[in-house]
Ligand binder design. Sequence first.
Ligand code: SIN
Ligand code: FE2
Length: 215
Amino acid sequence: MIDDLFAREAGDVQWLAPGVCLLPGYLLPELEPLLDALREVLAAAPLRRVNTPSGQPLSVAMSNCGALGWVSTAQGYCYVREDPQSGQPWPALPPLLQRLSWQAAQRAGFADFAADACLINRYRPGARMGLHQDRDEADFRQPIVSFSLGLPATFLLGGLQRRDRVQRLRLQHGDALVWGGPARLRYHGILPLEAGEHPRMGAQRINLTLRRAAP
Ligand code: SIN
Ligand code: FE2
């Protein structure tokens, strides 16, 4: 069952559930330097389509920056130090992303968050992300910090079990969403992106998911 529980209001910090915190428009004051940093990263490690371990193509295009990058291989999902496409280390995590993710976590009540991995997902209209848990990281005490850019998307927030009720949350350009603590292993996903044209980003949504992957 899907429930439209979370109406969005203007404001700095919105607690949506225990351990789930939305920071509306959080990225907007530093948007241009953030986009500059992202452009550099994607020049070194371009977005690419990948398959699930069972060989199904994912509808999002992905890349990474940071010491570790999340990849899907025939053996499963894992974090690796090198971009399998180039054989080179992933581009370094831009200091701005390190700081913005630390500060977002801090505002959400998670002290000392030090991201070492940033997954970059690019959604074109129609692209989606099925319900899943983020569970390839070493330490579940560290939260997930997620940044949204471009077209709005409907985020599905499930529970700790796949069968649990799913709530909907609209994520807008510039928003940060942090989940951790009791919410760290909640299922989540993205409904198919609706067609549109974002004035700054064009016909796409980019999501940056910052994590602490290594212990
Ligand atoms: C993810 O769970 O990896 C992506 C979530 C999002 O695109 O907001
Ligand atoms: Fe995820």
